[in-house]
Design a protein around this ligand. Structure first.
Ligand code: SF4
Length: 765
């Protein structure tokens, strides 16, 4: 839903009244209407059981002398444009001079009132009544009927017809629509000119990418090209050329990348917008706009203008994003399917390899026994109103933990992580009663928040909200073949999906074309498992860099060995940096050191001692007892001022940090160290998914290790290679890379490093 349903041409806007009103759906809670009903009444009716359409409803509950489905249209003149509205009145009674608007919903009526939907329904009714009256029909009363099929309730709201008052309400929309008109006209002008390539010249690799996208006939096109090869601009440019600036949903998880895409998109000629997460755009973490007196609060929505970007950024983005060509957002927007699309919208997914692992993170929810007990206790003591909704949930099979802990005689499951013994139960399908119970809890928590939005809910936000979010994700999973597993070891219930294929199909549904971009799409096997091979094509190019690259083998850096091996690893780092510094080559230059975690950095940095070193850890909240390690939490492009002169700047950070994220680094980098592989997937998730993959994807014996590679190994390699891509961007020959750890000699890991770096040697430690 959004304003992209408006048909705008020189001098006019034409739109259906339902579409116009629905365009405000994304910001419906801010849609104000000052007319109130004369009366409202509720009736309960079991007869709603099989009611799905207007025809069925009026068949069961006819209006006396009612005429149904009456087409109407009207033209309003505003400034120099005409606003043409058309629609269909649900029912009219000549005898009672009454117009009826019917809404059939599965939702609870109170929820429709709280979330503001009711204001949209009312506006729709008022516009109909005004147009009908202007068409010389008698109108005295307006009735809005809402039928909640779930609750078996019908509620009727009645309004008196007052031409002037109603016109005043409708007129408020005209300046708002006029600005949208101007915006759209300027957008159309862009479409008349050729896209502009945002750089001085095309690299050969970009020319190839453009050719491939222009020629691709497949639903999905994968582009695999090295880091920093200009993939994004080539893709955006070619899509603009192929479809004349279509609407694009561009999904990426990296913040820095989002701004770069925004900038490149604008330079190519797209009208571009960044849809930020609520937490990044809102001053407060909650919807307390009115009560907290937020300075951005502008109410109602008609005060907003697409041309000015005034008022609250959350509301601005929600209202107008559909009008933009290039909409850049985090993967979460795709997971929640929160962006509305047209039949011509193109979906671009950056970092496609991380996208697949993010699906696994996002659509897997773990709930443990302690967590349930804590919420149970809170609903008994502090949030008593919620207790009766939570009770059936906690009594459900899915949320009960009657299993005993394993005793000492049991086989130790950690010794064989692929052992099914670890996961005691995989349950599928999950009972629909559980779905109903879950839904009731979610709706009632939602109502609780709305009812109390004038109070301080910060405790609630800390205590219940994270659990509520988990419940919402579980609910989402019902759409994707939900599976539940139970882990005795951690006493956790794990809710996840049966097959990633079903998720991808749902996420991509409705797009005209999907383009997946990545520096590495390994393992290709995964692509074939999760997509229909007749639907996609892969364009892959690989140009290994000529940086001096070493693997230092033998030292183990896996989780269990880290502490023990830290002094050896530190010693090795000390020695190697000094060797590389021969002739003081590294003084006043930076070396990046990547680790699997901050804990690992803490184990190592104490042992890295040399007066020549300027040791810096990049972190917002790192605490260290080591005074020689300085913490930098500012902007990465300002770090130069933090450096101590005449030293070697050693920058410590975990993989997947801001640097890996793709920041353009404006200081001189001499080389990098990559200590171990970052296996990110938690054990329980990994185990559940690996069992499911084996069972449902019927992986052949030939690839017995396949699930480990897909779920853990390749995401880890990607993290490492992406981090290493920060080095040698300008002068490859002058730089060095050291991969430290036995794990880098695993054949698949080794092959991937070879693909990226041609000058690779192994140093036996
Ligand atoms: S920025 Fe202010 S007005 Fe906007 S959502 Fe947050 S609290 Fe509300």
């Amino acid at each position: 839903m959004g304003f992209n349903e408006l048909k705008i041409s020189e001098g006019s806007i034409t739109v259906g009244i339902t579409d116009l009103v629905n365009s405000f759906f994304n910001a419906k809670e801010f849609f104000g209407i000052s007319l109130v009903e004369n009366e409202n009444k509720i009736t309960k009716s079991l007869d709603l059981d099989s009611v799905e359409s207007h025809k069925q409803f009026f068949g069961k509950f006819p209006i006396n002398d009612g005429l149904y489905e009456i087409p109407i249209k009207h033209r309003f003149q505003y400034k120099k444009i005409s606003i043409n509205l058309n629609g269909r009145i649900d029912a009219y009674s000549k005898l009672n001079k009454t117009i009826y608007e019917l809404k059939i919903s599965e939702k609870n009526i109170d929820e429709l009132v709280y979330n503001g939907s009711i204001n949209l329904f009312k506006t729709q009714l008022f516009i109909y009544s005004y147009i009908f009256y202007k068409n010389r029909k008698e109108v005295e009363k307006l009735k809005l009927i809402i039928a909640s099929t779930n609750k078996k309730v019908i509620k009727e709201f009645e309004y008196g017809f007052n031409e002037k008052e109603i016109y005043k309400e409708i007129k408020k929309l005209f300046p708002f629509l006029y600005d949208i008109y101007l915006f759209d006209i300027s957008k159309s002008k862009n479409k008349k000119i050729d896209p502009i390539f945002p750089y001085k010249e095309f690299k050969p690799i970009q020319q190839d990418i453009i050719k491939n996208i222009l020629n691709s006939q497949n639903f999905i096109t994968f582009i695999e090209a090295p880091f920093a090869s200009g993939k994004t601009s080539a893709v955006l440019y070619s899509v603009a050329k192929k479809y004349n600036f279509p609407q694009i949903h561009y999904f990426t998880s990296r913040n820095i990348q989002k701004n770069q895409v925004l900038d490149e998109g604008k330079r190519i000629g797209y009208k571009s917008i960044l849809r930020k997460a609520f937490s990044e755009s809102c001053l407060y973490s909650y919807l307390f706009c009115k009560s907290l007196d937020c300075k951005y609060y502008l109410y109602p929505t008609e005060y907003y203008s697409i041309l000015k970007e005034n008022g609250c950024p959350v509301i601005y983005q929600r209202l107008f994003y559909t009008m933009y060509d290039l909409i850049i957002a985090d993967y979460n927007y795709l997971f929640y399917r929160a962006l509305s699309k047209t039949k011509d919208t193109i979906c671009i997914i950056d970092e496609y390899h991380s996208f697949l692992s993010r699906i696994s993170d996002f659509f897997t929810v773990s709930i443990n026994k302690q967590e349930i007990e804590k919420i149970r206790h809170l609903t008994f003591t502090k949030y008593k109103k919620l207790n009766r909704y939570f009770k059936p949930l906690f009594e459900s099979d899915e949320f009960s933990f009657e299993y005993k802990n394993i005793d000492n005689n049991d086989e130790n499951p950690f010794t064989n992580i692929n052992n099914r013994f670890y996961i005691d139960e995989i349950k599928t399908p999950i009972d629909s009663n559980f779905f109903e119970t879950l839904l009731a809890v979610i709706v009632n928590i939602h109502n609780f928040i709305k009812e109390n939005n004038k109070k301080d809910l910060s405790d609630f936000e800390n205590e219940i909200f994270p659990f509520y979010q988990k419940l919402k994700t579980i609910l989402e999973l019902f759409e994707f073949d939900i599976v539940m597993s139970y882990s005795r070891i951690s006493n956790e219930k794990i809710f996840t999906y049966k097959s990633i294929k079903s998720i991808l199909n749902k996420l991509f549904y409705g797009y005209k074309e999907v383009i997946g971009i990545s520096a590495t799409l390994e393992p290709k096997q995964l692509l074939y498992h999760v997509h229909d091979s007749s639907q996609f094509s892969i364009y892959s190019i690989n140009i290994p860099k000529k940086i001096r690259t070493y693997i230092i083998d033998k030292i183990e850096t896996t989780f269990k060995k880290r502490e023990k091996n830290s002094p050896i690893i530190a010693n090795l780092l000390n020695k190697t940096i000094i060797i590389e510094n021969k002739g003081n080559k590294l003084i006043n230059r930076s070396v990046l050191l990547f680790f699997a975690s901050y804990e690992f950095i803490k184990m190592i940095d104490l042992f890295i001692i040399n007066p020549l070193f300027d040791k810096i850890v990049l972190s917002k909240d790192f605490k260290s007892n080591n005074p020689s390690l300085r913490v930098y939490n500012g902007r990465i492009d300002e770090i130069k001022d933090f450096f101590i002169n005449d030293k070697i700047h050693l920058l410590f950070m975990p993989y997947r940090s801001i640097i890996q994220e793709g920041a353009n680094l404006n200081f001189d980098i001499a080389g990098g160290f990559f200590v171990g592989l970052p296996f990110r997937v938690p054990d329980n998730q990994y185990l559940t998914h690996s069992i499911l993959m084996k069972e449902y994807l019927e992986l052949s014996n030939e690839y017995s290790n396949n699930s480990f590679e897909i779920l853990s190994l390749f995401p880890a390699i990607n993290d490492v290679l992406q981090s290493s891509g920060r080095i040698g961007r300008d002068k490859e020959m002058d730089n060095f890379l050291y991969f430290i750890g036995k794990e880098f000699l695993n054949r698949k890991v080794y092959d991937n490093i070879c693909d990226c770096y041609s000058d690779l040697r192994i140093i036996r430690s």
